[in-house]
Design a protein around this ligand. Structure first.
Ligand code: SF4
Ligand code: SF4
Length: 389
């Protein structure tokens, strides 16, 4: 791309034209909507579909939408859904098989994937999408349908002006400001007599879109107002995770008794993996029709918290809840780094909010760190030596 276009401002009154222009360019526009007491992602046709004036309150095991005292369009944090539901659907046909008496044919899924525009992608989720790209667009394990959806997707990032109590993106180095990976990024500014967005273009596609949108050049005061919003969001973060040496910490905690302590609370419900924007485990299922001549193979989201997930020839590898939680947390924060060159956690906080018993990955990481610093806390007499199954 040639020299980056300078930042501009889009008035709230003109923001509808961004959604309409994306729809006019053939995108399936998706953004936050208020639905049954939660802010989720769904198709939108205009600004009136956005959750104007709604925010959320989150804590470990708690989520509720709350009315704000302004008319912010993006005054919320991450809800229970992530953009992976569009790029990597929870149920997808991989191929179909058709047979008759003479032959049996396998046809790959030839449906054209939708061309999405995502409006309102937070910085942590932008990083989560990039992490899933490493998994699904790696030449050795590429998923062509993910690749098509991803390459076609237009991303409108929104820099957070507030954090939930469960957010810790600042500690993970992923937010609250989006630095790259978007076509357009916005910071929503609401003042006594003004409501507008400071917009930064991140790609040639974004620049082409902005040529259709009424805007004015951003002043230094506008840029400062935008920076202050994200700084405030960062200051509001009450949780953090020390990334320094966390991989070695968890690898060396393999036989720690604390896994059993966590397992006393963990329901193995898999919520944490379903809501996590980077989790990608799946299983396959075959269905056949009554004639026996047609079959479909489906890919469905799965979770390392199910017993069946580790079933190999006659039994499951991870029979105990402790071993399943250990697998999840160690993969997220440690072995993911060896596998994909990055942490598997972006600090969105979803797994904390949506855990029905409020298990908190940041608190559990702290326990392991404190135990390593003070061996008296290790409870070594309780440590189960060898592999928990
Ligand atoms: S940590 Fe929480 S959300 Fe995850 S499986 Fe256990 S109970 Fe469910
Ligand atoms: S592990 Fe938890 S905080 Fe980290 S990315 Fe997944 S859901 Fe978000």
């Amino acid at each position: 791309m040639k020299d980056a276009m300078p930042a501009v401002c889009i008035d709230r009154a003109d923001f509808d034209s961004v959604i309409k222009a994306l729809a006019g360019d053939g995108y399936n526009v998706v953004g936050p909507v208020l639905r049954e007491g939660a802010i989720i992602y769904d198709e939108i046709s205009g600004v009136s579909d956005l959750p104007e004036g709604w925010g959320d309150e989150q804590e470990a095991g708690t989520y509720r939408t709350v009315k704000r005292n302004d008319k912010a369009l993006f005054g919320h944090n991450s809800g229970q859904q992530a953009w992976k539901k569009f790029l990597y659907p929870s149920r997808e046909r991989l191929w179909s098989a058709q047979g008759d008496n003479a032959e049996f044919k396998i046809e790959p899924n030839a449906e054209t994937p939708p061309k999405y525009a995502f409006v309102g992608v937070h910085a942590c989720d932008l990083r989560a999408i990039e992490i899933q790209d490493i998994v699904f667009m790696n030449p050795e394990t590429a998923d062509p349908r993910y690749g098509k959806r991803r390459e076609g997707a237009f991303i409108v990032a929104v820099n957070c002006a507030q954090s939930a109590k469960t957010c810790f993106c600042a500690a993970m180095g992923t937010g609250p400001r989006a630095e790259s990976g978007f076509d357009l990024s916005l910071t929503e500014i609401i003042e006594a007599n003004a409501h507008y967005f400071v917009a930064t273009v991140g790609s040639a596609r974004g620049e082409t879109l902005m040529q259709k949108i009424k805007s004015r050049p951003a002043t230094d005061a506008d840029l400062q107002a935008a920076a202050t919003r994200t700084e405030n969001a960062q200051k509001q973060q009450v949780r953090s995770l020390d990334r320094e040496g966390v991989k070695e910490l968890l690898f060396s905690s393999y036989s720690d008794a604390h896994w059993d302590k966590i397992a006393e609370r963990c329901l193995s419900c898999a919520n944490c993996t379903m809501v996590c924007p980077t989790c990608f485990c799946s299983k396959t299922e075959d269905t056949t029709d009554l004639s026996g001549n047609h079959a479909d193979r489906w890919r469905l989201w799965d979770s390392c918290f199910t017993v069946d997930f580790s079933y190999i020839h006659g039994g499951s590898i991870r029979k105990q809840v402790a071993s399943r939680y250990r697998q999840w947390m160690t993969h997220k924060l440690a072995s993911w780094i060896d596998q994909f060159g990055t942490s598997g956690c972006v600090g969105c906080g979803r797994c904390i909010t949506w855990c029905p018993v409020g298990i908190d990955i940041t608190e559990e990481a702290k326990v392991f760190r404190e135990e390593k610093m003070d061996p008296r806390l290790r409870g070594d007499d309780e440590v189960v030596k060898g592999t928990k199954q």
